[in-house]
Write a new protein. Structure first.
Length: 187
């Protein structure tokens, strides 16, 4: 299976599908780098005709080791790298267009998922991804607002040769419990 977006609006949805399918145990999945636009630019055809495939069955085999919950994030081991994948102004708590509380999880660093993409919507090369995540060693957890754009950082980290887990509930889940701490400002 190949997941793709339609940049410029896309770039995060295909990585989320890629992550979800892998989490469910389906490893034969890839992301079309640059989305459908790159496919067209390369001269490949696009059809809107209905295609019928033979029925098949897929038995999910979830991989709990790929995901963490709020409880784990709150009690994460010392040295765990927590990456907030949202735009810097959301991370700092200056604006929050979606959730009722602005800020970030205490101890998180900010690596905007969009910085992993070129203007064309393609993922930056592995060497550039390694520079984005330079110095991050050990366990890495990525989150965002609702677990979608963080999956793009999980893919970018994989391109950089690093593994990361996803806090799928992300900021929306974190702030659903008012007893959880909130940080604002720069790293």
């Amino acid at each position: 299976m190949v997941a793709y977006d339609d940049p410029p609006a896309g770039g995060m949805y295909a990585p989320r599908l890629w992550w979800l399918l892998r989490w469910l145990g389906h490893d034969e999945v890839a992301v079309l780098d640059g989305g459908i636009g790159a496919w067209r630019e390369a001269g490949y055809e696009v059809s809107t005709s209905e295609v019928r495939h033979a029925p098949t069955a897929f038995k999910p085999n979830p991989r709990p080791e790929m995901v963490v919950d709020a409880e784990y994030v709150a009690r994460r081991p010392a040295g765990t790298i927590l990456i907030d994948s949202r735009a810097p102004e959301r991370y700092r708590g200056e604006v929050e267009p979606i959730d009722p509380v602005a800020g970030h999880i205490p101890g998180a660093i900010n690596r905007n998922w969009l910085d992993g993409l070129e203007a064309s919507g393609r993922f930056r090369p592995a060497e550039e991804q390694r520079k984005r995540f330079e110095g991050l060693e050990g366990e890495i957890i990525a989150y965002c607002g609702s677990g979608v754009s963080a999956a793009a950082n999980v893919l970018a980290l994989e391109l950089a040769g690093k593994q990361a887990r996803l806090y799928a509930g992300s900021w929306s889940d974190w702030i659903s419990d008012p007893s959880r701490p909130v940080a604002r400002g720069p790293e």
